[in-house]
Ligand binder design. Structure first.
Ligand code: SF4
Length: 235
């Protein structure tokens, strides 16, 4: 790891005045670059496909951008949502940011796939008020078909997080993904989450992949590989 770890973050965007999407209150979504998952139907491929560069900011520069909405955050019980890409690739930055600005009274949330080294997750436990976990699938075979990541690492991290923060601070999002979920696989996924003790579960229908606009060649290739594998499995 580099010596200046945690001092800066590479951002795609800062999206203000969000309501009803990130839990309680008005929130600002901080979208960071980088993601290890490579989901076949990624809706934010620019975070990893090299098509944009992002903007590097320091902890204080980000705070100066966020503080515009201080009064909204305080009046509504809202705050900052870290998303991506995968925000936990910036665990040092996020942890330092929250430690420095915890007295603001803002709520700090994170939307994450939690499929990162456990040490990254540990750095934000105790600092994040709400984890929105993007689960993809609770079946190892399907998870590893749809992403390029290790299911066991995801599951171990989810169980660890649950043991540390309890079910009140976790919402698991369960997508119904075109082609991957043809029947009622989402019900199996919900059941598997309930069995390990997750209480907050949101099922949602994932976008139709053909509605994605301006995707890069590497994103197209990623999607095609997935569809070809699915086809082979059926044959
Ligand atoms: S988790 Fe999947 S959908 Fe989200 S940015 Fe990463 S690759 Fe894309």
């Amino acid at each position: 790891m580099s010596e200046n770890k945690g001092e800066t973050i590479n951002l795609v965007s800062v999206s203000r005045i969000r309501t009803k999407t990130d839990g309680e209150g008005v929130t600002t979504l901080v979208v960071s670059m980088g993601c290890p998952l490579r989901c076949a139907y990624c809706i934010n491929p620019f975070t990893w496909d090299g098509s944009i560069k992002g903007k590097t900011v320091t902890i204080d520069e980000l705070y100066n951008e966020l503080k515009i909405d201080n009064l909204y955050f305080l009046a509504t019980g809202g705050g900052v949502m870290f998303g991506g890409g995968e925000p936990l690739l910036n665990a040092d930055f996020i942890s330092d940011f929250i430690k420095k600005y915890k007295d603001t009274g803002w709520k700090f949330s994170m939307e994450t796939s939690i499929n990162v080294p456990l040490e990254n997750l540990k750095k934000v436990i105790g600092l994040i008020d709400l984890f929105i976990v993007d689960t993809k699938d609770m079946n190892k075979e399907r998870y590893e078909l749809y992403t390029k990541a290790d299911y066991d690492n995801f599951l171990n991290n989810l169980k660890y997080l649950l043991g540390e923060v309890g079910p009140e601070k976790i919402i698991c999002r369960v997508p119904i993904i075109p082609n991957l979920h043809k029947d009622k696989e989402y019900e199996e996924n919900v059941k598997a989450l309930q069995e390990i003790g997750i209480k907050g579960i949101e099922v949602f229908r994932y976008i139709n992949p053909s509605d994605r606009k301006e995707i890069s060649d590497s994103t197209k290739e990623n999607t095609e590989k997935f569809l070809n594998k699915l086809k082979k499995d059926i044959e």
